[in-house]
Ligand binder design. Structure first.
Ligand code: C5P
Length: 231
């Protein structure tokens, strides 16, 4: 059994009709939904209110990355929305992350602030050659996780396969949000390093982000129920 409040369904669409169908299909479950760039840029902040009205926890996944002042002010603006989690790129640096957190501190109940480490689409070869970061992806993920922790952030986005190393290095309370989840037998799409929901849970992930296995299914509710019931 997978606890519903560990599941974040990625609402990757810009089509309001498709979105409403998903809201109806997923309604009544204590799950999270992830509002990313595609949806937020197409349909705007009203989508966040709509998701909250439906009773979902909301992760606003806009991956902010700019100079510290711009990101902190951006986070301040986003914090006016009813969101439960928001994120920035760890590569933006310690000051950018620290100031982002400060921008949330005056709120009566602040959203979780999470850092993106290395995107799961980045290969080691690309990281070494293009970013000029030497070593393995895992070393870079752990470095960014440590930086995010020093800035006081709540956790990081990572592959489920990196969760144990992150928890061993930083501690079990530092949150991990993991995409790259595929129920047994489902399409990999463009995800490469994947685990099943059960494996991700066993590895200690706090939140699993699942998109297409649910949203591209002809019966999203059944797909979600199968995941929650560990089938
Ligand atoms: O459809 P799928 O389950 O692959 O969706 C995964 C979601 O997680 C997508 O919204 C994708 O943008 C996001 N994501 C990811 N890898 C990261 C960060 C975010 O797949 N490192």
């Amino acid at each position: 059994m997978i606890p519903a409040n560990k599941v974040i369904v990625a609402l990757d669409t810009s089509d309001e009709v498709k979105l409403n169908t998903l809201f109806t299909a997923l309604h009544g479950k204590d799950i999270w939904v992830k509002v990313g760039m595609e949806l937020f840029y197409a349909l705007g902040p009203q989508i966040v209110y709509k998701a909250k009205e439906q009773g979902f926890h909301v992760f606003l996944d806009l991956k902010l990355h700019d100079i510290p002042n711009t990101v902190a002010q951006g986070i301040r603006s986003l914090s006016q929305l009813p969101i439960d989690m928001v994120n920035v790129h760890a590569a933006g640096g310690l000051e950018m992350m620290t100031r982002s957190l400060e921008a949330l501190k005056s709120l009566p109940k602040r959203p979780l602030l999470i850092a993106v480490t290395q995107l799961t689409s980045t290969t080691q070869e690309q990281m070494n050659r293009e970013q000029k970061i030497s070593g393995s992806i895992e070393e870079s993920v752990l470095n960014f996780a440590k930086l995010a922790h020093s800035a006081g952030l709540d956790g990081v986005v990572s592959s489920p396969l990196e969760v144990q190393a992150i928890k061993n290095l930083i501690g079990k309370n530092f949150l991990t949000v993991t995409p790259g989840i595929r129920p047994g037998g489902s399409e990999l799409n463009d995800q490469k390093r994947v685990t099943t929901p059960k494996e991700a849970l066993e590895l200690g992930t706090d939140f699993m982000v699942i998109g297409r296995p649910i949203t591209a299914s002809s019966n999203p509710r059944e797909a979600l129920m199968n995941i929650l019931e560990g089938r």
